[in-house]
Design a binder for this molecule. Sequence first.
Ligand code: G3I
Ligand code: 9MR
Length: 593
Amino acid sequence: MTISKLALFLVAGLCLAACSGGGRNSKSPDDLNTSSSSSSSSSSSSSSSNSSSSGGALIKLNQVGYLPDGQKFAVIPASAADSFTLIDSDGNEVFSAALSAAATWSPAGDSVQLADFSSFSAGGQYRMRVVGMADSQPFEISAQVYSAAHDAAIKAYYFNRASTALEASYAGDWARSAGHPDSSVKVHSSAATSSRPEGTVISAPKGWYDAGDYNKYIVNSGISTYTLLAAYEHFADFYASRTWNIPESGNGLPDLLDEVLWNLDWMLEMQDPNDGGVYHKLTTLNFSGAVMPAQATAQRYVVAKGTAAALDFAAVMATASRVFAAIDTGKSSAYVNAAISAWEWAKANPAIAYFNPTGVVTGEYGDGDFNDEFAWAAAELFITTGDANYYTEFQNFNPGSGVPGWQYVAPLGHISLAFHSSSTLASSDYQASVNALINTADTLESRYRTSAYRVSMNTSDFVWGSNSGALNQAMILMQAYRLSDALKYRDAALGLVDYVLGKNPTDYSYVTGVGANPPLHIHHRQSQADSVVAPVPGFLVGGPNSGQQDGCNYSSNLAAKSYVDDWCSYASNEVTINWNAPLVYVLAALSAQ
Ligand code: G3I
Ligand code: 9MR
């Protein structure tokens, strides 16, 4: 076992088929069948005496594990069994209880029973046993059960850095040459101005690749970078000493800020210094093939300025300015100045929606409603500058509540105001943001409590990137927990973490390299093109998406089963920076307490 594969093993806390060398080669075009992958990996590692009559039924649980003081549920496909037991690593039965009555979760259509072992809190490694089924995968109960997965999730950003080689001492088996220097980027005709006519060459290096593709998009960088900065603001003690072996580790700055700086450096270059406007994206005209970064050499362009890009940029720069105020005053003032000039550009250009211009076919991240972007940017500018006019703007844009996403960022403003502004706002104003978060959390918590899978997702939540929807729900629930101290909100957040890490209808842990049955064939060009069997670790896949827009070979049309672990499936099996960000946030929140 190589060092990096040993690290993969440790992240999982369990041995993966891929890490033992028994993984299927991710490059095999014939190798598409997800259900056989999940059942073979489960049954091969279930060696208990009662695994023989499984009939394919699997115990669905968090493949990483559970917090000692959290609610703990597993989901059992309905059977004749009426009880379950926990078996410790010596084979002793340490807990047993009745299963709930069977019920159906409509997004998946299955009849299932719940195994509730919340009252069992002893640390250790366990399996769950239900007569007639294969024993579950081993899982852990520990207060730090999620911290290794957290580190993997944030390390994924390092693996997606543009404009740099990844050295083996940091990247292990996933070391690669540099690609995309982005020092010679052309201004596209859609972005041409008199001071920067079409074809003007600018330099905008660094940043993270958005996803499985190599392009860099400001709108999506907005929510991603903010969410990581919010994690830093909310859990500064956790991050003060936490490191995950990146080139900057040990430079005196927390690793999280070093990672975020990689993207902030790029974002700053996406602002036109002549007018404060911000380019929507830096991209090739077409998506590249499945090649490594160094082989993807087509000309890159900055394309069209837009209102959403300017405002998301303003919100991130305002946030970064206050985070860096105590660290680097030069950066801090550059960031706030950039934020203000982007805000002013957006006020003068309040309705410039982005559409791909003719000839540009890469990711669109289009959005025609800017009220939420105005409100979010205004909230961050108010917090950072103390200028009450920005709070008036925030109110004027009538920020709604709900679950955030790249298209809907108003809740991010509430998160920041509820964290920072209890003493600077009138109490009714402060309370309005708290209520926006708690009301959303109440809706989610009640769905969680009544769901047969103990997960707060509805059938309509299974869109492209549904796993990030799950984790953004969890992020809102964790705000309500912090603001109220009511454990029910953390329990509902844990239900979502359990869901993405294995307690779901497909039996996947949806994070590469984490858990017993993670995705192996993600839509990620580096993972597809390199010569390593296992994909780059720490990435959350998009997850079940009833739209199935890629036309791949799905085995079910049911919403929560519309997932296929296949390179083909960019609509369910790609990875993206804005999907990993709430994973990082929520795992930090659960590890920092
Ligand atoms: O939100 C609506 C929902 O109200 C509606 O009921 C439902 C019905 O179709 O659609 C929902 O919108 C979906 C939206 O994602 C949700 O965020 C759209 O259908 C769906 O097409 C859209 O997909 C986006 C996808 O690009 C295609 O544009 C994803 O959000 C977005 O994450 C994804 O981003 C891509 C980049 O373009 C390129 N880089 C990779 C990245 C991830 O795949
Ligand atoms: O590979 C592309 C992926 O990174 C994007 O997220 C996705 C968004 O639309 O598009 C993928 O590219 C596909 C293209 O859209 C349609 N033809 C097949 C491409 C994938 O092989």
